[in-house]
Design a protein around this ligand. Sequence first.
Ligand code: CDP
Ligand code: ZN
Length: 160
Amino acid sequence: MYVGIGYDIHKFVKNRKLILGGICFDYPLGLLGHSDADVVLHAIGDAILGAASLGDIGELFPDTDSKWKDVSSHILLNKIMELIKERGLGINNVDVTFIAQEPKISKQKKEMSKRISEILEVEPERVNIKATTTEGLDSIGRSEAAAAQAVVTLIQTAEK
Ligand code: CDP
Ligand code: ZN
């Protein structure tokens, strides 16, 4: 069993779609970033790479490379899945904390874990999504940004 951790934060701006965990949210602001800035999928991607000792998302998909501009983050996760499968590894479980004052994601949490489980080729029961505010404190509390933390465990599913 291999354990990895991931953290990411993006700034809220106008005129961007808000995509979290591969799901589009009805919210007046979106997150700013080179790709679609899906902070939840980015934290998960980094946790997978961490568990497999493969560096981080920024190294694999540099924001200086126009190839990754506005790309859906599930494409990045598909590439990360290819890399771990080449090493005979698969996802065991995923635990995420989404940190934002707004929007509240409770109603979409189930849909989010289902979407993530499809991307990661694992049962939805093995993808847990949590959310918390920062009680109105700091930049996240002022709704200027949203962050996510993720822990992923990987298991050896095939011989290398
Ligand atoms: O301190 P605690 O996390 O319990 O309280 P909170 O930050 O006020 O969040 C209360 C509940 O709202 C959490 O248990 C989350 O499930 C939910 N929540 C959410 O759905 N979306 C957010 N952006 C933040 C919190
Ligand atoms: Zn990111």
